[in-house]
Design a protein around this ligand. Sequence first.
Ligand code: ADP
Ligand code: MG
Length: 276
Amino acid sequence: MVHGKDREPGHGKKNGITEEKGIKEENGITAEHLCFSYPTGYGCGKENRVLEDVHFHVANGESVGLIGANGVGKSTLLKLLVGLADGYGGALRVGGLDVEKKNLAAIRKSTGYVFQDSDSQLFLSTVYEDVAFGPRNYGYSGEEVERRVSEALKRVHMEELRDRQIYRMSGGQKKLASLATILSMEPQLMLLDEPSAALDPRNRRNLIRILNDISVTKVIASHDLDFILDTCERTLLLFDGKIVKDGKTEEILGDRKLLEESGLELPLSLKGQNRK
Ligand SMILES: Nc1ncnc2c1ncn2[C@@H]1O[C@H](COP(=O)(O)OP(=O)(O)O)[C@@H](O)[C@H]1O
Ligand SMILES: [Mg+2]
């Protein structure tokens, strides 16, 4: 991977062996001069550039919205954070660990990634099986697996659906089950890609409440600006490969000119306010 791991003096060891065994959540997420190209481009090459010189830091405990027009690179940025997209330029660190092959196991153990498409997340037959998969895979005892599954299902109010067949569930139920598969790993960081897509208003509202009750660090990528307004205090606005604005969600989402210049529109709730 091409990614300036020696940019920050004193980080890790000179011989490339990182001292940390796991992520340190107090270190949050850091991107410096991050660039990325699909599919043939590598590092900072010019072809198919998606991200270009992206800088940001997410501190422990923050809930940060990642917004931008379709195709701007929101999903790509989330994928880069857990090594699902390969070959970036610049620096990218999660919990103080460089996102690179030797650290991916540690990063993924502590980072829950909720896919946009729940069918990509749920691959076993019942809710219980899917939610237990992570903890079982990491070798926790039967008792601990049971505790984690119960706790995760409680967080998403799905205790009574634990034995439900996945194929018999609605889109909203699958989204919550997906979230539970992440929560059972007790993540220190959660990445959610378009979590409100395809949810009806009731399920959407329910998901907002559930997410706001979970206090771990979150990055939520969404084109649903009202959802971001309800779940994230801070927002990163992506446009043309760069973060063109990083600040308070209310300020960014209330700035019609900035949003329009970035290919977006005011959130519905704020449009309503303006009309009055
Ligand atoms: N696997 C891929 N291979 C090639 N290009 C891709 C791939 N995934 C996404 N892209 C392209 O990268 C750009 C950013 O995509 P994406 O991160 O999905 O944007 P967003 O999530 O903001 O809609 C788009 O132009 C998209 O077509
Ligand atoms: Mg996307």
